[in-house]
Design a binder for this molecule. Structure first.
Ligand SMILES: Nc1ncnc2c1ncn2[C@@H]1O[C@H](COP(=O)(O)OP(=O)(O)OP(=O)(O)O)[C@@H](O)[C@H]1O
Length: 254
């Protein structure tokens, strides 16, 4: 196998990102920086704009104004496979695996999508073993239990050998007992690939465990930045959650 070239470690810059759908402005002037190897949590009630933000950063949507850069390169609105080749990938809230294809084929597809070398799968071996994907190597993705499908989707994101990883509610749909897999996954991504991780999540226990810093979105605006304990004690953040009626999993307690 040929050696996999290491992509440069570059920071992700969101600069006054805004997004409108027709006359509806859903995202307003949001700016932040994610350093290489860093971990930034993103929280906010339902409809706050978290998924829209990931759609813009991953290239699926162009910002209406402002921009997103990876190092010096503007990436919002660029083809998703282009950004994956550059080392930026996202995971999906729901599972995003190919039905009718084995675990092995799904992972190989992810490698090919980002134009990487298959040797990257060797680097993933400890994680594949830990999640129970090795013992299901030749089974079709759709017959796996939901939690395993979710971990396959997340591991496919890592198979693109990313430097910036955008995680859209990785714990959604997982049993409480399965959620420590997300801790292991994020730790592995940072250690093995030096990933900068943007973690969108409703599970506040997970956010508190993993994230030194979070940003809070509400109504498409960035309303707070700080440590999870700092922001979750702020009145405007508490009001945003109470107003938003987000009671998913009962996790947004303060
Ligand atoms: N393609 C679209 N056209 C019109 N409005 C949209 C579109 N996509 C998202 N929106 C609106 O943008 C706002 C933000 O939605 P988004 O899905 O980004 O929120 P979210 O914070 O991810 O919510 P959740 O936590 O429920 O996943 C919502 O009001 C939504 O209805």
């Amino acid at each position: 196998m040929t050696a996999v070239p290491q992509l440069p470690a570059e920071a992700l810059y969101a600069e006054r990102m805004s997004k409108s759908f027709g006359g509806l402005k859903v995202f307003h002037d949001v700016s932040f920086t994610l350093q290489p190897g860093g971990l930034l949590g993103v929280i906010g009630p339902n409809g706050a704009g978290k998924t829209t933000m990931i759609n813009i950063i991953s290239g699926r949507l162009a910002a209406s104004s402002g921009q997103v850069r990876l190092g010096e390169t503007r990436i919002d609105g660029r083809p998703v496979y282009d950004n994956a080749g550059r080392g930026l990938v996202r995971s999906f809230q729901q599972t995003a695996t190919f039905s009718g294809h084995s675990v092995s084929d799904n992972l190989r597809s992810a490698v090919r999508f980002a134009r990487r070398d298959l040797s990257v799968l060797e680097r993933l071996a400890p994680l594949l073993e830990q999640f129970g994907l090795v013992e299901n190597w030749n089974r079709h993705a759709e017959v796996l239990p939901y939690g395993l499908q979710k971990m396959l989707g997340l591991t496919m994101a890592l198979a693109t050998q990313p430097r910036i990883l955008l995680l859209d509610e990785p714990a959604a749909g997982l049993e409480k007992s399965e959620r420590s897999n997300i801790d292991a996954y994020v730790g592995f991504a940072q250690r093995e690939f030096g990933c900068g991780v943007l973690l969108v999540e409703h599970d506040m226990e997970l956010i508190r465990r993993l994230c030194p810093e979070v940003i809070v979105l509400d109504g498409g605006r960035l309303i707070a930045t700080g440590s999870p304990d700092e922001v979750l004690n702020r009145k405007d953040v508490i009001d945003a959650y109470l107003g938003g009626g987000d009671e998913e999993d009962g996790d947004a307690e303060h």
